[in-house]
Write a protein that binds this ligand. Structure first.
Ligand code: PLP
Length: 381
């Protein structure tokens, strides 16, 4: 008999995508597209749970890929438009990339000159573009600032080379990270100050990702206004956005289990998941994930440090308080773990990857992927 899964008998650890929440995000994208005329792509770098693409495909125009493998995934599993940008393409990849891409965006005039004609020979209908660096952003974490000091991402005005314009259909910038439309306004102004005179010669402008569109307090009306204004000032030019995080934002949790509790000055719960391997941005950014039914340290009666099941000393998620003492076997649910987690997870220390499940509109849960020893072994040799 087929096993019926519910929240409390999921395999552990497990990412559980909630279809209803992903559909809610799609409604916001739908509105932006219909009211502003922009086309929105899914950035696979942040969210690539392809078993959920059926939910996204009716709304978004395609995917943006960061190289051959993401382009192939977009082509095979999403369909629609494939926009590929890479900080640097390799000779060995360009043929396959050009065959399946609709837009191909280069990082430098150097790469543009090297690959533009070969790409057009392989795919005469491909639309070529250049990523520029507007040299302005409001991102304060350098790790996530594409316009930071010495950034390698995008061509600065000083390095721009007019001779690409003969074959260039569009410009691309990406200068946001988890930001509101007011940050886009600043970036757009700097982009137009530096590159605005080129826009009349182009077919499209790609405003990149980092728009935190689906966050409750994001100013969607302002985004729509900025796009409409840009389009009206530039003869209706095509505008693309390519959010990743905003697609998967608040669409599901990582469900884990307490394996043991140790005491060393404080109480520490060891879980069957890992900050380092399964939610690496909590360490890299760093940020504190919300845990369902928990509070800040000492806010509730029982405080624990939550730790991962690897031998890395720093593999901890932070300190959380609960109404009841934690027991072995208790579930710990990390909220909002669908973006920049599944795509970044590793088998570090041999720790198994979490299963992936989707809760459908009727509440039923499908386990869409389970991992085992082979994922660990096969990427080694
Ligand atoms: C990372 C990235 C995106 C997506 O960014 P989000 O912050 O996930 O929205 C889009 N375009 C480019 C070029 C990127 O590097």
């Amino acid at each position: 008999m087929k096993k019926i899964y519910e929240i409390n008998n999921l395999p552990s650890p497990c990412w559980l995508l909630e279809e209803s929440k992903l559909r809610k995000n799609m409604e916001i994208f739908e509105r932006i597209q219909s009211e502003s005329g922009a086309k929105i792509l899914l950035a696979l770098k942040g969210y690539a749970l392809w078993k959920s693409f059926d939910i996204i495909r009716p709304t978004l125009y395609g995917c943006c890929a960061s190289g051959l493998h993401e382009a192939k995934l977009a082509h095979e599993e999403f369909g629609k438009e494939v926009h590929t940008y890479s900080p640097a393409f390799k000779d060995s990849d360009i043929k396959e990339v050009a065959e399946i891409s609709h837009h191909l965006v280069f990082n430098t005039p150097n790469q543009f000159h090297k690959f533009a004609r070969p790409a057009l020979e392989i795919n005469p209908s491909i639309s070529l573009g250049l990523r520029v660096n507007p040299e302005y952003s409001q991102v304060t974490t350098e790790m996530y600032n594409p316009c930071g000091t010495y950034s390698r991402l995008g061509t600065t005005k000083a390095n721009f080379d007019d001779s690409i314009m003969q074959l260039c259909d569009g410009l691309h910038f990406h200068a946001l990270c988890e930001q509101d439309s007011s940050a886009l306004e600043g970036v757009l102004k700097n982009f137009e100050d530096k590159f605005g005179e080129l826009v009349p010669k182009l077919k499209w402008i790609n405003f990149g990702g980092g728009h935190h569109i689906t966050r409750v307090d994001y100013n969607v009306d302002k985004l729509i206004g900025l796009i409409k204004d840009f389009k009206s000032r530039h003869n209706g030019i095509e505008v693309y956005l390519e959010p990743g995080e905003a697609v998967g934002w608040q669409t599901g949790a990582l469900h884990a289990t307490v394996l043991d509790i140790v005491h060393n000055g404080i109480d520490i719960a060891i879980l069957d998941t890992s900050a380092e391997a399964h939610m690496p941005d909590t360490i890299l950014m760093p940020y504190r994930s919300d845990v369902r039914n928990s509070g800040l340290p000492n806010e509730k009666k029982y405080t624990y440090r939550l730790g991962g099941n690897t031998c890395l000393a720093g593999d901890t998620m932070g300190d959380y308080s609960f109404d009841e003492p934690l027991k072995i076997g208790d579930k710990i649910i990390f909220e909002d773990q669908m973006h920049y987690t599944i795509v970044k997870a590793t088998t570090f220390n041999g720790i198994p990857l979490p299963s992936i499940a989707i809760q459908r509109m009727d509440g039923s849960i499908n386990i869409v992927k389970e991992f085992g020893y082979s994922e660990f072994k096969n990427r080694l040799s």
